[in-house]
Design a protein around this ligand. Structure first.
Ligand code: 5GP
Ligand code: ZN
Length: 139
């Protein structure tokens, strides 16, 4: 996509602090890091989000995430990470090109776990919600 900042990074039209590159993916430092070593992994081809992502690329995606973590782990001396995707506007997705955050964690870094991202306890029972999901489930 012509107007997409991550497509421009993928096409090397704009520079990045590249960490790892594979046939279909690259990882680089986030320009506005929330922690030392905060990095992003993107597919080189434009997918807006994980829902649009091609299943066939999944293992290469996981591999570059893992390899990037190993590099950061050694360089910055930590084995802890918060990993994830802001999928969709309500989750805080600002760049509409699929990207996976790798956020290294350190002692006393004032961060929380994934559980602290949202506190929105359901009004319905777990059974009711489970039934709704299973009614829509393909398999
Ligand atoms: P989102 O909220 O969409 O999950 O996060 C987008 C991330 O992309 C943000 O953490 C932001 O700092 C990062 N980002 C936005 N533009 C650029 C850029 O041009 N280069 C790099 N390296 N990171 C960017
Ligand atoms: Zn793009």
């Amino acid at each position: 996509m012509t107007d997409c900042i991550f497509c421009k990074i993928a096409n090397k039209e704009i520079p990045s602090y590249l960490i790892k590159e594979s046939e279909n993916f690259m990882s680089f430092l986030d320009i506005n890091p929330h922690a030392p070593g905060h990095s992003l992994v993107i597919p080189k081809v434009h997918f807006s989000n994980l829902k649009e992502f091609e299943d066939e690329l999944s293992s290469e995606f996981i591999k570059i995430i893992k390899d990037t973590m190993i590099d950061i782990s050694k360089a910055l001396n930590t084995d802890s990470f918060t990993l994830g995707i802001n999928e969709g506007k309500l989750a805080g997705q600002a760049v509409l090109h699929l990207h996976f955050h790798i956020i290294p964690r350190f002692f006393s870094d004032k961060g929380g776990s994934i559980h602290s991202v949202v506190i929105n306890k359901p009004n319905e029972s777990i059974e009711e919600i489970y039934k709704k999901i299973k009614n829509e489930s393909q398999n």
